[in-house]
Design a protein around this ligand. Sequence first.
Ligand code: AMP
Length: 377
Amino acid sequence: MRVPPPGSPLVAVLGGGQLGRMLALAGLPLGLRFRFLDPSPEATAGAVGELVVAALDDPAGLAQVAEGARAVTYEWEGVPAEAARRLEGRRPVLPPPIALEVTQDRAHEKELCRVLGLPTAAFRLVDDRQGLDQAAADVGLPAVLKTRRGGYDGKGQAVVPDRDHLERAWSEVEGRPAILEAHVPFTRELSVLAVRSRDGTTASWPLVENHHSGGILRGSIAPAPALSAELQQQGEAIATAILEHLDYVGVLAVELFELEGELLVNELAPRVHNSGHWTIEGAETSQFENHLRAILGWPLGSTAAVAHSAMVNCIGARPAPEQVLAVPNTHFHDYAKVPRPGRKVGHITITASTSEELDSLLARLQGLPGTTEEAVA
Ligand code: AMP
C-alpha cells in the first residue's frame, strides 16, 4: 500500500485491532499517517500503518508510538489509563484519559450517570459474599452481577435469576469487586454514537438497534426501526451531557436499554464502536472519519444517515467475500484476523432504500459462516 509521505500528519493509536485498522482506512484518504502500539506483532492494524510492538503500558513503547504525533488516541477502553496519562503532557491525548478512568470501572460509570441525572438500572456495589446477599435484597432479583473492572463482550458477568444462583454467580466473578444490577426487562437495546470536536461542537448519528447473544453484539439496524424524534432527542441529550461533562473530544458510544419509551444507560465506550460500523457506508460521515476530524481539530462532517443499514458481525468464522457479495447492496469488511470462537473477524453492511428492502436482503445472508448463532457459542 502506498502510504502518505513522511511529514504528513501522524496519528498515534494505542491498540492495533480492527478499530485501529478502520480508523486508518478512513484517515489515509485524508493524507494521515498512523502508528499503532500493540503487544502483538500480528496486530491487524499493522497492515495500514507502522506498528510498535510493546505492552500498552511500556514506557519506551509509549514514547515511540507518540513521537511526532499530531494526536494520540486509543481504540480499546482497556488501555491502562496511566499509560494515556503518561503521554498527556507531551501530546494531545484524545479522548481525555479521564474517559478511560470513568469507563474502566462500572461503579464510576454509574456515579457519572447519577451526577448527570441519567437513568440506569438500580444497582449496588458488591465487595464480598455477604454484600451480595444484601445487594440482592436491595435491588431485587432477577439481577446481573458484573465485575467492576475488566468485563467486555459479556465476560465477567453472571445472570442471577433467583437466590439459588447467588453462590454460582459469586464464583463466576471470582470474588472480584462487582456491582449487582437489577435485570432490566427492556423492549430493545439501542446505542447512540456521538462526537465532540476540540471546539466543543457536538453531533450524533441516528440511534441504532442492537442485537446481542451471549453478551456479544451480533448485529445492528440503523437508524433503529420506528425511531421517533423524541427517542432520538433523548439519546442525543444523554450523549451530549456526558461529552460536555468530561470535556470529551472524539467519538463516544453509549449503550442503552429502551424500556416503555424511556432510555436507561447501560454502558459507555470511549472510542469508536462496533454498533457504529454501519456509518462507513450508511452515513454521510463515518464514525472513524469524524473521530479523526475531532481529535485533529478539523470540522466535523454530517452524521446524517444516507440509507437504511444493517450491520452483521462475522464471529468465529469468516464467509468468503463472494458469498457475501452475491447479495445485492452488501459491503464486506475482513479484519484479517485468525478466527477463534467468539472472536470478531469481520462484518457485513447492507444498505437499502426502504426498511422492507433491508429486511429481505438481510434474510438472504442467513446461514453464512460467522453469522449463525453457533458461531457465537
Ligand atoms: P454489558 O457488558 O454491560 O454491555 O452487558 C452485555 C449484555 O448483557 C447487554 O448488552 C445486555 O444484553 C445484557 N445485560 C447487561 N446488563 C443487563 C441488565 N441490567 N438487564 C438486562 N440485561 C442486561
